[in-house]
Design a protein around this ligand. Structure first.
Ligand code: M6R
Length: 367
């Protein structure tokens, strides 16, 4: 059932070209130049006229939500807030009927997310679900929704569900932007063409980085701390990379927006601190270059995720992982892959139980 892979997690990482394709299938119609999503179509006015969108989720799904904020604000120009479900529900949130609440949940059973949705519904907000498990509790109570068709995710560490969530959020943002006129037809066509290429690019990055990342991982088996840094769309990628490492390898890791480094975490940097930098060409690249210089001046060890052929960041890094180029807004989908592999191999070398990490459950149905 693990399809020849040693762990479900590795199998699920490798399934991503297919799970992303399955999530887009029947929805992304590049030749017709349309995105077809029943959940959105049936409530298009309610969604495009939303005074704001509040995304609620936990864990990895919350990280997907943060990227959703960048996507929806950039393309549909609707204000978005992203909240931990647990914090949202306990602070008497201000909600109106003009608000749309989107819950993101792989399992569709997360207790805090479910309770937050009930509260939002009681207060009149329109509630939308992005779930992976069909007919789950969250899928049933929402007014509308879109399933991520990632297939069953068994590994406790979420991988293919995350990239499928990003795929759905991309589709939603582009569809709303097209509908409300913030996205020109030309720009829309360019972006959907790019989106359509993602399954191939994810396959490419799996093929080109798997063995290499496995080698890099050997150097960090005894690390006690890690920092992950990124900017813009890849700031949440940094958070997600750190969470993956913490969960399965039990190495302490923190994700930060790279510019925040000098507001505190820089004090931690010395020759024993590995720092994963997510630095694709599109998106604040020059700023990242100076962050890397600051780290190297303090002897931190840099593992850089850069685009194919990168020279500037690559020349300063201790280890370089090359990923294919894409639009900035889709780069988290590609960057996620080597970060998943890095945490996977570090955890395997440390002898950890990758599929069922200690103290964790696949779906958190208690508060
Ligand atoms: O099923 P959900 O997406 O609602 O789960 C949310 C979190 O519990 C989940 O993403 C958790 O953080 C994962 N173990 C992350 O890998």
């Amino acid at each position: 059932e693990k399809g020849g892979y040693e762990h479900f997690m590795l199998k699920e990482i490798f399934e991503q070209p297919k799970s992303i394709l399955d999530t887009m299938r029947g929805r992304l119609l590049v030749e017709e130049g349309i995105i077809k999503m029943a959940g959105i179509w049936d409530h298009q006015e309610r969604l495009t006229n939303a005074s704001r969108i509040i995304i609620i989720a936990c864990g990895t799904s919350w990280h997907a939500g943060l990227i959703g904020e960048y996507l929806i604000e950039e393309f549909a120009r609707i204000p978005v807030e992203v909240e931990y479900a647990s914090e949202f529900r306990y602070r008497n949130p201000i909600l109106s009927e003009k608000d749309v609440v989107i819950a993101i949940s792989q399992s569709g059973e997360t207790a805090d997310t479910m309770a937050a949705l009930k509260l939002a519904k009681e207060r009149g907000a329109f509630i939308y679900g992005i779930c992976n498990v069909v007919d789950s509790s969250i899928a049933r109570i929402t007014d509308a929704g879109s399933y991520t068709h990632a297939g069953p995710e068994i590994g406790v560490a979420s991988t293919k569900a995350f990239t499928a969530q990003l795929t759905i959020l991309s589709l939603i943002a582009l569809k709303l932007g097209k509908h409300n006129g913030h996205l020109s037809n030309q720009e829309f066509m360019k972006l959907i063409t790019e989106l359509d290429q993602l399954p191939n690019k994810v396959q490419e990055v799996l093929d080109s980085t798997n063995e290499h990342v496995k080698e890099i991982a050997k150097n960090y088996i005894d690390a006690t701390n890690f920092l992950y840094l990124g900017r813009g769309y890849n700031y949440p990628s940094a958070l997600e990379g750190a969470l993956k490492l913490k969960e399965i390898s039990y190495i302490h890791a923190e994700g930060y927006p790279a510019a925040e480094m000098k507001h505190g975490p820089i004090a931690l940097i010395d020759e024993n601190m590995p720092i994963v930098i997510i630095a694709p060409k599109r998106g604040h690249y020059d700023k990242i270059v100076s962050n890397v210089q600051e780290i190297k001046a303090r002897k931190g060890q840099v593992i850089a995720v850069v685009n194919d052929g990168d020279e500037q960041v690559a020349s300063m890094a201790d280890h370089v992982i090359e990923i294919p180029d894409t639009s900035e807004c889709f780069s988290p989908i590609i960057a996620a892959v080597p970060l998943q592999l890095l945490s996977y191999y570090i955890a395997v070398y440390r002898g950890a139980n990758v599929d069922q990490p200690r103290n964790l459950a696949k779906s958190v149905t208690v508060e």
